[in-house]
Ligand binder design. Structure first.
Ligand SMILES: O=C[C@H](O)COP(=O)(O)O
Length: 219
C-alpha cells in the first residue's frame, strides 16, 4: 500500500484524478482497465450506488492481478461507517464531498490521505485542522477558478483539486491550473454514463489520452 506522500505525489504527477461509478461489475473493471492501458495510475471509484462496495472489492482483486502501480481510492465517503467499509475493502485513499471529522479520523487511524470537499474558506480551514493535505474544491464549476485565486493566499502551501463540472477542454483545464490547483478531478466529462452504458472503451481510451495532453499543456 502506498504511503500518504506517494498518494499525493501520484495525484500531482498525473495532474488529474479520474472518478466514476457504475452498477455493473464488468463495466467497473473495464473502465479501470481502459484507464490503466491509457497510462492512468491513480483513480477514484465513487460510492454512488448500491453496488459500490461490492464492485470496489472486485476492482481491487483485478487491480492486484493486472494493474501494477495502480492506486485506487474510494470517493463519496460521507460517514465513518462508509470509510471503515471501504478501507477494509482496500481503499488506498478517501475522497469526500464534505468535511466530516469522523471520516478524517478513520483516514488518520489508517495513515491514509483524506481529500474532503470544501466550498468556503471556513470549510478549508476546518479541513486543514483535521489533517487534509489535499482539498477538493467542490462543486468546482459553481465556484470557478476565481475562487481558488482568491483564497490561495490565505492558505499558503495548501494543495487544491477542483472537482465537479471540470470540462474536457483546454480553456477550462488551463484556467484551473493557472488559478493554482495541483490537479483536476474528472468525472462525467471523461467517463460519461453514455460511454459506460454503451461500453465504448475506445472513446474512453482516446478521451483519456486527450485529457492527459490537456493537463500537460495546461499546467
Ligand atoms: O465528486 C464528484 C463530482 O460530482 C464529479 O463531477 P463531474 O462528473 O462533473 O466531473
Amino acid at each position: 500500500m502506498p504511503d500518504k506522500q506517494q498518494v499525493i505525489d501520484a495525484i500531482i504527477q498525473q495532474g488529474m484524478l479520474p472518478l466514476y461509478y457504475h452498477r455493473s461489475k464488468q463495466v467497473t473493471v473495464e473502465v479501470a482497465r481502459t484507464l490503466y492501458s491509457a497510462g492512468i495510475r491513480i483513480i477514484e471509484y465513487t460510492n454512488r450506488g448500491e453496488a459500490a462496495l461490492k464492485n470496489f472489492r472486485i476492482l481491487k482483486t483485478v487491480q492486484e492481478s493486472e494493474m501494477p502501480g495502480m492506486i485506487i481510492g474510494a470517493g463519496t465517503i460521507r460517514s465513518s461507517k462508509q470509510a471503515n467499509d471501504f478501507v477494509e475493502a482496500g481503499a488506498e485513499f478517501i475522497v469526500a464531498p464534505i468535511v466530516n471529522p469522523e471520516v478524517a479520523a478513520v483516514a488518520a487511524k489508517n495513515s491514509m490521505v483524506w481529500i474532503p470537499g470544501c466550498m468556503t474558506p471556513t470549510e478549508i480551514h476546518t479541513a486543514q485542522h483535521f489533517g487534509a493535505q489535499l482539498i477538493k474544491i467542490f462543486p468546482a464549476n459553481i465556484l470557478g477558478p476565481g475562487f481558488v485565486s482568491a483564497v490561495k493566499e490565505l492558505f499558503s502551501g495548501q494543495l487544491f483539486m477542483p472537482t465537479g463540472g471540470v470540462e474536457l477542454e483546454q480553456k477550462n483545464i488551463t484556467a484551473w491550473f493557472k488559478s493554482g490547483v495541483c490537479a483536476v478531478g474528472l468525472g462525467s466529462k471523461l467517463i460519461s454514463a453514455e460511454v459506460m452504458d454503451t461500453a465504448n472503451y475506445d472513446k474512453l481510451y482516446n478521451d483519456t489520452l486527450t485529457a492527459m495532453r490537456l493537463v500537460i499543456a495546461g499546467r
